[in-house]
Design a binder for this molecule. Structure first.
Ligand code: ASP
Length: 314
């Protein structure tokens, strides 16, 4: 689908005014158009799984764990949930297989790990974490099962990942010539009790994507970024547009060099995404103050939790 920036109004949700440096977790599970499959049952399922993800990550933050731990815990829950486009239930390529990407970045040290083209990793975010913690590199493409096992990554065969719903989406995309069918990439950003930030994103890419295609999610600075000086960001939407806009890092630069508020910085970056005919959304946790959830698509599944409460939006 091709659109211009003019028909893409933005929606912005700020989290309740958190303690300036208090713990905060914000998550998303994809942005796009309301699907006709968005029945009340499905919506309840989505909201229930968003809450489970928030609970899992926030419980760690409350116990004094790191933002990185919280981000990974929240993402694992969403990767295991079949309705989201990551891990179990990831989107299928034009060849009918999964090709999953993930990235994890910590704001205190600027360390980052990423992987793309994963076909057997139960929780791709754990691969990103292993790359970050166990190698001197930043990104791996299609790491082999032996390597993954040596990193302690849990593996599954292809039947685990492929759901009937994703098969149906692929059939529809291929029969109506619709290249882009999206929804459900997941991400989490957090601030821990020490004031450290972390960001993670995990995706199956876009239904019916060409074999080998990689979007913004695993690319540091494009779909995922964290710096303690500024913000932690995770993006979702038409990856090509987020890459061209270097969207996540741009939010950080606008805050650092332009003195913009995180919400204004994100709105400007999203305008740039729209100029590249992209739509989608971003979640942001800043070094200080409330978190931001912003999207220029019809909807974004997202939520937040802090000492001031929690909210889920779908
Ligand atoms: N950004 C992801 C990609 O382009 C897809 C999505 O967020 O829906 O791979």
């Amino acid at each position: 689908m091709t659109r211009t920036e003019h028909d893409l109004p933005q929606s912005t949700i700020e989290t309740a005014d958190a303690d300036p440096n208090g713990i905060l977790l914000v998550i998303h599970a994809g942005a796009g158009e309301y699907s006709r499959k968005n029945t009340p049952d499905r919506r309840a399922q989505v909201e229930g799984d968003l809450r489970k993800a928030l609970d899992a990550g926030y419980a760690l933050l409350e116990r004094g764990a790191t933002a990185e731990d919280a981000v990974c815990a929240a993402i694992r829950v969403m990767e295991d949930a079949p309705e989201f486009n990551a891990g179990h239930g990831a989107a299928l390529t034009s060849e009918g297989i999964v090709s999953m990407d993930a990235c994890l970045m910590t704001g205190a040290d600027g360390e980052v790990g990423a992987a793309c083209g994963l076909t057997t990793s139960k929780n791709p975010i754990e691969v990103a974490r292993a790359v970050k913690e166990r190698t001197k590199h930043v990104m791996f493409a299609e790491p082999g099962d032996e390597e993954l096992r040596s990193w302690g990554v849990e593996l599954r065969d292809s039947s685990y990942f492929i759901t009937d719903a994703r098969r149906e989406s692929l059939r529809e995309a291929q029969s109506n010539g619709d290249e882009w069918e999206k929804h459900g990439t997941i991400g989490a950003v957090a601030r821990d009790a020490q004031g450290n930030l972390a960001a993670g994103t995990s995706t199956g890419g876009i239904t019916n994507q060409m074999p080998g295609r990689v979007g913004d999610s695993p690319l540091p600075g494009c779909g995922t970024y964290a710096s303690n000086e500024t913000v932690a960001v995770s993006c979702t939407g038409i990856g090509e547009a987020f890459v061209k806009e270097v969207a996540a890092h741009q939010v950080s630069d606008r805050v650092l060099f332009g003195g913009q508020k995180p919400a204004d910085a994100a709105a400007a970056a999203l305008d740039g995404v729209a100029r590249h005919n992209g739509d989608g959304g971003m979640i942001i946790v800043p070094a200080e103050g409330p978190g931001v959830m912003i999207f220029n698509s019809e909807m974004m599944n997202c939520g937040w939790m802090s000492p001031r409460g929690s909210h889920v939006h779908s």
